[in-house]
Design a protein around this ligand. Structure first.
Ligand code: AP5
Length: 216
C-alpha cells in the first residue's frame, strides 16, 4: 500500500516512516532527505536549493516532482511507498496522482499527523541524527541508550540540521499552513484522509498509523 504521511515540521513523519520501513518492508520517499543528499554531494541542484532550505522555504514544485518521478520509475517497493514530506502543495498533489497512474499504482491512504505548534518547537530544536546510519534521536524524547553512541550502529558522528532552529521553524510552519494544509481538505474530498494524534508516544502513534492502514 502506498501512503502519504502529512503533517507540519516535527510532526514525526520521518520517525514513523523509518518504523514502517522496518516493520512492513515499505520504501520511504522523503523529498527532504533527497534534497539534503543533493546538497551534500554538491550537485548544481543541491547548490540551488541550499539557501532556500536553510531559510525554511519550499523549493520549487518542478524540482521535487522531478525527484519523486525518478524514484517512482526506477524503484520497486514490495510493501509500498511512504511519501514523507511530499506532496506539499496542491500542484505536487495533482502531479503525484498523475505519476501513480503512469506507473500503474494508486494511493492507499493519507495519514494526517495532528500536533500543536508548541510541541513542534521542542521537537525540532531537540532533534539530532546519527551521521553514519541516519537513526533519529531527540535530546529528551529519544536520547541514545549510551550517551554519545548510536544505538543502531555504534557511531559517534551525530548531526543537527541547519534548518532546525526557531527562526527557520517559523518560516517552515508558515509554509505548512499556507501551502500544505489545504491538502487536508483535498484528500478528505477524495475519501483518502485519516488523522492520528501525533502528540501521543512514538509507539502509540505507530499503532494508530498501522491501524489506519489496515482500515484503508
Ligand atoms: P523535510 O526534511 O521534509 O522537513 P519537515 O517537513 O520540516 O519535517 P521534519 O523532517 O522536520 O519533521 P518530521 O515530521 O519528519 O519529524 P521527525 O520524525 O524528525 O523538509 C526540509 C526542507 O526541504 C523544507 O523546509 C523545504 O525547504 C524542502 N522540501 C522538502 N520537501 C519539499 C517539497 N515536497 N516541496 C518543497 N520543498 C520541500 O521528528 C522530530 C523530532 O521529534 C525527532 O527528534 C523525534 O525523535 C521526535 N519525535 C517524533 N515523534 C515523537 C513522539 N511521538 N513523541 C515525542 N517525540 C517525537
Amino acid at each position: 500500500m502506498n501512503i502519504i504521511l502529512l503533517g507540519p515540521p516535527g510532526a514525526g513523519k520521518g520517525t514513523q516512516a523509518h518504523r514502517l520501513v522496518a516493520s512492513r518492508q515499505m520504501v520511504q520517499l522523503s523529498t527532504g532527505d533527497m534534497l539534503r543528499a543533493a546538497r551534500k554531494s554538491g550537485t548544481e541542484m543541491g547548490k540551488k536549493v541550499a539557501a532556500i532550505m536553510d531559510a525554511g522555504e519550499l523549493v520549487t514544485d518542478e524540482i521535487v516532482i522531478g525527484l519523486i518521478e525518478e524514484q517512482l520509475t526506477t524503484t520497486t517497493a514490495p510493501g509500498g511507498f511512504i511519501f514523507d514530506g511530499f506532496p506539499r502543495t496542491l500542484a505536487q498533489a495533482d502531479a503525484l496522482g498523475d505519476l501513480l497512474d503512469k506507473v500503474g499504482q494508486s494511493l492507499g491512504t493519507v495519514i494526517e499527523m495532528r500536533v500543536d505548534d508548541d510541541a513542534l518547537v521542542s521537537r525540532i530544536t531537540g532533534r539530532f541524527t546519527c551521521g553514519d546510519c541516519g537513526e533519529g534521536y531527540h535530546d529528551t524524547a529519544k536520547p541514545p541508550a549510551r550517551e554519545g553512541a548510536c544505538d543502531n550502529c555504534g557511531g559517534h558522528n551525530f548531526k543537527r540540521r541547519a534548518d532546525d532552529n526557531e527562526e527557520s521553524l517559523k518560516v517552515r510552519l508558515m509554509a505548512y499552513y499556507r501551502e500544505t494544509s489545504p491538502l487536508i481538505g483535498y484528500y478528505y474530498a477524495k475519501g483518502k484522509l485519516q488523522s492520528v494524534d501525533g502528540l501521543a508516544s512514538m509507539d502509540e502513534v505507530s499503532a494508530s498509523i498501522t491501524g489506519a492502514m489496515d482500515r484503508a
